[in-house]
Design a binder for this molecule. Structure first.
Ligand code: IMP
Ligand code: MG
Length: 189
């Protein structure tokens, strides 16, 4: 018999159907805005990979994809404040219409850093689509060009987002009432 699914005891913030419907809207807007162009989508691993997979399948114009990997959080629910690239892009973005794909925009440190690093490679344009925006947490004044949902200051997991590398596989986006709760979930019975 299969074990019972993990994470179902965490409260749902956004269910899979709502996420799917919003991504359809985002993809339609992006397809329209980039009409006649071929945007280069740069997914920020690992959090954005589930969102990006769903988003590209709803985009109706030619686009290309690449990924980079960033480390900004450890096994904690608060930002370490440190950002570093651990996997760089595979192809040049010079002259390309780059659309960075993020799971969540929180303090803005990651995207501000990416704007600087990617901007130095002379893309034709540089924009950001983020599924979630914790706008109230911003410490650096950056804005996303496309936002799926603005959410309150709660720690969320699922749909690619993790806590200590876990819960990325949940279909819904759920929130963690307090980190202590989570640690108790992880304890063996
Ligand atoms: P920022 O640099 O503070 O904007 O943080 C962006 C990154 O922090 C995101 O790409 C996530 O990887 C991570 N992050 C921020 N808030 C959450 C959350 O609530 N759950 C999971 N990861 C988060
Ligand atoms: Mg991330």
């Amino acid at each position: 018999m299969n074990p019972s699914p993990v994470g179902l005891d965490l409260p749902i913030l956004l269910d899979a159907a709502k996420i799917d419907a919003r991504i359809s809207e985002l993809a339609a807007t992006i397809s329209n805005d980039y009409r006649g162009k071929s945007p280069h989508l740069v997914g920020v691993l690992k959090g954005a990979w589930v969102f990006m997979a769903d988003l590209v399948r709803k985009i109706s114009i030619h686009c290309t994809v690449d990924f980079l990997s960033i480390q900004s959080y450890g096994a904690d629910t608060v930002s370490s404040g440190e950002v570093k690239i651990t996997k760089d892009l595979d192809v040049s973005i010079e002259g390309r219409d780059v659309l960075v794909v993020e799971d969540i925009l929180d303090t803005g440190r990651t995207y501000s850093y990416l704007q600087e690093v990617l901007g130095a490679h002379d893309p034709a344009s540089l924009k950001l689509v983020t599924l979630l925006d914790k706008h109230s947490r911003r410490s650096i004044p950056v804005e996303a060009d496309y936002v799926g949902f603005e959410i309150p200051d709660v720690f969320v997991v699922g749909y690619g987002l993790d806590f200590d590398q876990k819960y990325r596989n949940l279909a819904d986006i759920r929130h963690i009432p307090s980190p202590q709760t989570l640690f108790s979930f992880d304890k063996p019975e």
